[in-house]
Ligand binder design. Structure first.
Ligand code: ATP
Length: 235
């Protein structure tokens, strides 16, 4: 479904990503592991069209999407759910969700249906639909961010650190919701520092260090890898 071949991204002279080869199959849940600053967000921003690779190619369903604008990528079905949520905090929960459906404006029936699906997934958001998004707890704001991305009806959803700053119990719920989103047919690319929780739900993973993919494999393989355990799981 998505294939990055030899993708290199530079910011001035600094090479933030070097020769990235990465693949996500339809229906998969794939995780990118890596410390702060490793390059996970840069990979996402490059796929979603915010960064332009200086080298390499990005294919989505076999077609090159290198250099496509972010809105073109959203229309193609690639939607990013940004780190730090980036909600419109003074706007209501429902207004924030509706912003995510912008590419489908005009299709009122579809938007209504998508909103129902988001509220089924996150019932608490229905109760709080008229509240300002900024008044919600961290976990609920994360739900709004994911719900907003789902409103675009993505084929591939990219989630950047969805567990960041959440209490352990909420993290567990968040990962089971991500798994549910994947099981209901949306392909998921997840960036996480919480390797333990992420590898439990992922099919495969890549480890990013200093802009380079240093390791890849099935989740069980990565989970049992000594170096991974030491660096990311702490056991
Ligand atoms: P984090 O979880 O902290 O976001 P990350 O793995 O997602 O970490 P990136 O944000 O992708 O890491 O950053 C990778 C490297 O690229 C870092 O050294 C960062 O400082 C640098 N970088 C990212 N964006 C830019 C930019 N727009 N201009 C210059 N350097 C950048």
């Amino acid at each position: 479904m998505l294939k990055l071949t030899d993708v290199t991204v530079k910011f001035g002279l600094f090479e933030a990503l070097s020769h990235i080869n990465l693949e996500v199959g339809e229906g998969e849940l794939v995780v990118l592991l890596g410390a702060n600053g490793a390059g996970k967000s840069t990979i996402f921003n490059t796929i979603s069209g915010l960064n332009r690779p200086s080298k390499g190619d990005i294919r989505f369903f076999g077609n090159s999407v290198r250099g496509h604008s972010p809105d073109k990528m959203v229309k193609a079905g690639v939607v990013q759910c940004a780190e730090g949520k980036k909600l419109f905090s003074d706007m209501s929960v429902e207004e924030n969700l509706m912003m995510g459906g912008f590419v489908h404006r005009g299709k009122r029936q579809q938007l209504k249906q998508s909103l129902t699906e988001v509220y089924d997934l996150f019932p608490i958001l229905k109760d709080k639909r008229e509240d300002p998004a900024g008044s919600l707890s961290g976990g609920q704001q994360q739900m709004v961010a994911i719900g907003r991305a789902l409103m675009a009806k993505p084929k591939l959803i990219m989630m950047d650190e969805p567990s960041m700053g959440l209490a352990p119990l909420i993290v567990e719920q968040m990962f089971s919701i991500i798994q549910e989103i994947n099981k209901s047919g949306t392909t998921v690319l997840l960036a996480e520092q919480n390797a333990n929780a992420a590898l439990k739900i992922a099919d495969r993973g890549y480890v990013v260090e200093n802009g380079v993919i240093v390791l890849q494999g099935k989740s069980e393989e990565l989970f049992n890898d000594d170096a991974i355990r030491k660096a990311y799981i702490g056991a």
